[in-house]
Design a protein around this ligand. Sequence first.
Ligand SMILES: [Zn+2]
Length: 153
Amino acid sequence: MSISEDKINKSNAEWKKELPPDVYRVTREKGTEAPFTGKYWDTYDSGQYFCSNCGAELFASENKYDAACGWPSFDAPSGRAKISETPDTSHGLVRTEVACARCGAHLGHVFADGPKETGGRRYCINSAALKFRRANQGGATPGSASDNGKRNT
Ligand SMILES: [Zn+2]
């Protein structure tokens, strides 16, 4: 299986139709949400974070930590994540842009001031680029199907 076959290539016009305006602005126009305003900056439940554009797995709660910066921060992507890192010199800064390798969504930046014990990286990610799925959410099955179909004699 090659990664390139899995790639999603949509024009920005197509994404614009599908995505809420705030998500589009961050992920397709490389916007940055204001700190302490996103959905997940202080979420510490266990679960996984997926790309809000294409649903690819990106980060896991085990790697999330409180960097006190107002954005969701991770010390590493999840083991199965496909993330691209590209040098970004916009705004007169030298930073490394982080994007979803599958659909190209802009996620945020990675900085070198993360926790030393896990390698010193800080993935500073916009909540708008993420969709969180809490662990054990599959526990509730709708309705009780146990009695259905038993009396078919
Ligand atoms: Zn994606």
